[in-house]
Design a protein around this ligand. Structure first.
Ligand code: ATP
Ligand code: MG
Length: 449
């Protein structure tokens, strides 16, 4: 993309209404614009990041054997009355009346609708296990929408639903989700720690929230610092192996990590003092096994091998897709702006032409642009007539991980500069080598797709 033809509405002033850094940076870098309280438009650069996050989630869900689908945002109230949640959900649910006076809702989650689809089509244990998911807009009329996309009213969520014949199978679905979520967040350059969460009125302890550590997080968290050393890395996971999924899940959940809702002071104090940590965290996902609650309420049964009828064991598993954009920025920024992890960056590399209109500089930038694009990369070329300082400030603000700087002085010696946004380290190399280096940096990601 050439910046001169792009739509990147950068704000010079820091918006007064934004209380936390990710919200300020998202507004300043032209990623979003508020439409009304807790409701945002996604401008081109923000939308690119949102889609990258979505792509990673799809790839990892499909890898885990889950099937993507799509359900409507507007639903009839009938099913919600049947489950008892039409009244129970309270003021957070946006209720709408259509022209025929029928009660409709804008969906805050989709257990009812998916259970209805399931009961209409699945009748035999032979069709299980089954996990489907969608990435779809949700609406919750939050009392206090704030922090930009972190606590919106309209927000983008991945919601997955697992159906299994037995509790044991359902726990495998749970563990499989936990492991696939670890890989999903790691690919976004995030460490999200699974923490035992409050299961509410359902009982049991089969729910974990995934939290990204950040000072601005809404949850207070307590954990054993050894947990931050754990990574899935490029471990080969066989998602159909119950044993392997269970072992990974045990490895990541055996160390103490809880939110204030489930915090146990005595257990926490049993951790060696130097490893005890209290911090704040942003919830970016939650997995939940809830047994037969919805299948009982909505009568979703299958025939078992002995011919009897059994209510299916269900789980629901969410990822806060739009919230993740804010969470990634909270975890990756400095005083100049955003520092995108390579997995989600809106453009792979920026090209800064220090002297637009200079024949050699223009020609080198054009060639770089062509060659990078030829490698399947998506560069952002600042071909405007701004001063060098302003160009650098823009690149730093929007946070592309790599920048190639081209100027007449370097070109006299046959070199351009390649700079890492995160480390600030800058190397001089030929433009051909710069292309090769950037292509190499992104190569493993390309292969995963
Ligand atoms: P919270 O406790 O933050 O209100 P929740 O537990 O009600 O969230 P879930 O139903 O578990 O949310 O939804 C799955 C994910 O969707 C959450 O982990 C979170 O990342 C995201 N999410 C929930 N509410 C919002 C919101 N108002 N704005 C943006 N993302 C949200
Ligand atoms: Mg939650």
């Amino acid at each position: 993309m050439r910046l001169s033809r792009y739509f990147l509405p950068i704000l010079k002033e820091t918006p007064a209404e934004a209380q936390i850094i990710s919200h300020r940076l998202m507004l300043r870098a032209g990623l979003i614009k508020q439409a009304s309280a807790g409701i945002y438009s996604w401008l081109p650069t923000g939308f690119k990041v949102l889609r990258k996050i979505e792509d990673i989630i799809h790839a990892e869900q499909i890898r885990a054997g889950h099937h993507p689908m799509l359900m409507p945002t507007i639903q009839s109230a009938d099913l919600w009355r049947e489950s008892g949640r039409y009244d129970a959900y309270g003021a957070e649910m946006l209720r709408i009346r259509d022209r025929h006076d029928r009660d409709m809702i804008y969906t805050p989650t989709a257990e009812e609708l998916i259970t209805d689809i399931f009961r209409s089509h699945v009748t035999s244990y032979r069709d299980l296990p089954l996990t489907v998911y969608q990435i779809q807009w949700k609406f919750r009329d939050e009392m206090r929408p704030r922090f930009g996309v972190m606590r919106g009213r309209e927000f983008y969520m991945k919601d997955g639903y697992s159906f299994d014949l037995t509790r044991e199978d359902a726990l495998h679905a749970y563990n499989r989700h936990l492991v696939s979520y670890l890989r999903t967040y790691e690919r976004m350059g995030l460490q999200a720690i699974p923490m035992r969460a409050d299961s509410g009125p359902i009982g049991g302890d089969d729910t974990h929230e995934f939290l990204v550590l950040a000072d601005t997080g809404e949850s207070e968290v307590f954990y054993d610092s050894a947990i931050t050393d754990l990574t899935l890395g490029d471990r080969d996971i066989n998602y159909s192996s119950t044993g392997q999924c269970r072992r990974v899940m045990e490895q990541f959940t055996s160390l103490y990590a809880r939110t204030d809702e489930t915090h146990d002071e005595a257990l926490f104090n049993a951790i060696p003092e130097e490893r005890r940590r209290t911090a704040r965290g942003i919830e970016v996902g939650q997995i939940f096994y809830f047994g037969t609650q919805y299948s009982d309420a909505l009568s979703a049964k299958v025939q078992t091998s002995d011919g009897s009828q059994a209510a299916v064991h269900m789980g629901s598993h969410g990822i806060g897709v739009s919230r993740l954009v804010g969470a990634i920025i909270e975890a990756n920024h400095d005083d100049k702006g955003i520092i995108w992890p390579e997995g989600v960056t809106p453009f792979h590399v920026g090209i800064v032409n220090l002297k637009q209109g200079n024949g050699a500089a223009d020609a080198t930038c054009e060639a770089l642009y062509r060659q990078l694009t030829g490698h399947g990369l998506d560069p952002l070329y600042d071909d405007t007539n701004e001063q060098a300082g302003a160009k650098f400030a823009t690149m730093d603000l929007i946070g592309l991980p790599w920048r190639i700087t081209v100027g007449p002085r370097g070109l006299k010696n046959g070199v351009v500069e390649l700079t890492s946004r995160r480390s600030g380290v800058c190397v001089e190399l030929t433009s051909a080598d710069a292309v090769a280096r950037v292509a190499e940096i992104y190569a493993p990601q390309g292969m995963e797709k």
